[in-house]
Design a protein around this ligand. Structure first.
Ligand SMILES: *Cc1c(COP(=O)(O)O)cnc(C)c1O
Length: 443
């Protein structure tokens, strides 16, 4: 089971394999671990740790691969902004001609701030507020994915008040098992997402009759970190049938948003293939005359990022060896939340070649859940030495908190031999900015 990945005794890839598997990473005898053309020790020394580092070249290359595969089948790519919403990321997304899939007013405003035009923005999410809908409709974005009958009525009222007509798609919950971690599966009947297949036709008819909305099609998104094409195929078969049924009843269905969820290799998973994904979509819908959209997040940005951390100390408690880092669950939540496995690679070439022994890699936060890895084969790493936690570009920095009053880490972008800080480390004073102590409390 994926849920035991953190502790599973199966063989972990070696440090050399982790590096060899990632085209932007290399180990140099003098410079140590290098991302594109920048030694990571240079960044660690200048910016400190913990720090997020993004490879612009990796994101650009992955955007091009995905765009090529989907342009070939006439589909549009919308990047799922929630995976990493930094403006520098969104500006590379815009430059590639990729659109945005947003799930909040904040993400919509970020996408606009990065210059992504409203006709390239789709809005998803199970609980859009009136304020979210106001912004989306006033901005005249391409499409709003509606997730319930209740939301449809609220949306119609907002659109009428604004004197607009909102293009909508109904998000269908096709009730398939995406074969992924329970916390990131979204297409089962007992998940909160979407509209049940049995209710879809009735609601589509209702939407067609409502003022203020124009139903343009359907949407679905069955989960995240999906390794195989079979769950997509199952879901798309059901949705294609629904499209045919709606059309047979005289409805116009011209657009289909096929969702995201394409997985990447963190440990030994088979990474999702854009070509296979495009082929699956073409086989399901290729002859139906639909405008096709996909919404990948993780696949695009996940492999483009890493988290730099320093070793605080090593300690032995009973039988266990602990490596305590200066990064923690407040920075990277995925191991705590999803039992996610991330590669951990020393920056020093000497450390990277030293003999390994199992160690638990943890952060300093006062929670036992603040654990990045259990029984990880790593060399003996001295205090102040540094490591890179790999594949943290997606659902990394965006999920950070300041728990334990730990400031948000710095963010850096590398592009070839150039690099820049793209978000300064949060100063401690910023932790209490906006807080006030009422006069009456101390009077
Ligand atoms: C999160 C999400 C995505 C992106 O999922 P990934 O696994 O990152 O590709 C796409 N669409 C919707 C509606 C989402 O909620």
């Amino acid at each position: 089971m994926l849920s035991s990945a953190l502790t599973s005794p199966q063989a972990d890839p070696s440090i050399a394999d982790l590096i060899a598997d990632r085209p932007a990473l290399s180990m140099h005898a003098m410079d140590g671990l290098v991302l594109e053309d920048v030694p990571l020790t240079t960044i660690a020394r200048a910016v400190g740790t913990p720090s997020w580092v993004l490879s612009a070249g990796t994101l650009r290359a992955r955007l091009a691969l995905l765009q090529d595969a989907f342009t070939a089948i006439g589909a549009r790519v919308h990047y799922a902004v929630k995976a990493n919403d930094h403006l520098a990321v969104l500006s590379l997304v815009r430059a590639a001609g990729t659109g945005a899939d947003v799930v909040s007013q904040g993400e919509l405003l970020r996408a606009r701030q990065a210059g992504i035009t409203p006709d390239h923005i789709v809005f998803s999410g199970v609980g859009k507020t009136v304020a979210d809908l106001d912004t989306a409709i006033a901005t005249d974005i391409a499409q709003i994915n509606v997730e319930s009958a209740e939301e449809l009525d609220i949306l119609a009222a907002v659109a009428c008040r604004l004197g607009r007509t909102a293009r909508i798609a109904l998000r269908i919950n096709p009730d398939v098992d995406a074969g992924t971690h329970a916390k990131i599966t979204t297409g089962r009947a007992d998940n909160k997402f979407g509209i049940g297949l049995q209710d879809a036709a009735g609601l589509y008819a209702h939407a067609s009759a409502l003022p203020g909305v124009e139903p343009v099609g359907l949407a679905l998104h069955i989960g995240s970190q999906i390794a195989a094409m079979a769950p997509y195929r199952d879901a798309y078969t059901r949705v294609a049938e629904l499209v045919r049924g709606l059309r047979a009843s005289g409805h116009v269905v011209r657009r289909l948003d096929c969702g995201g969820g394409l997985g990447i290799r963190y440990r030994d998973e088979v990474a999702g293939s854009p070509i296979a994904f495009a082929t699956t979509i073409r086989q399901a819908f290729g002859t139906m005359g639909l405008e096709l959209i996909i919404e990948p997040g993780r696949w695009l940005i996940g492999p483009a990022g890493l988290l730099l951390a320093s070793v605080v100390l090593t300690k032995t408690t009973g039988q266990r060896q602990f490596l305590v880092l200066d990064a923690a669950m407040n920075d990277l939540l995925r191991p705590s939340l999803y039992d996610a496995w991330h590669g951990i690679v020393p920056l020093s070439p000497i450390d990277a070649m030293a003999p390994v022994a199992p160690v638990d890699v943890v952060g300093p936060v006062c929670e036992s859940g603040d654990t990045f890895a259990r029984n990880r084969p790593l060399p003996d790493l001295p205090p102040q030495s540094q490591v890179a936690i790999l594949d943290t570009g997606a659902y990394g920095s965006v999920m950070s908190s300041t728990y334990n009053a730990r400031p948000l880490a710095a963010q850096v972008m590398v592009d070839g031999a150039r690099w820049s800080v793209i978000r300064a480390r949060q100063p401690h004073e910023a932790l209490w900015t906006g807080e006030s102590v009422p006069d009456w409390l101390t009077a």
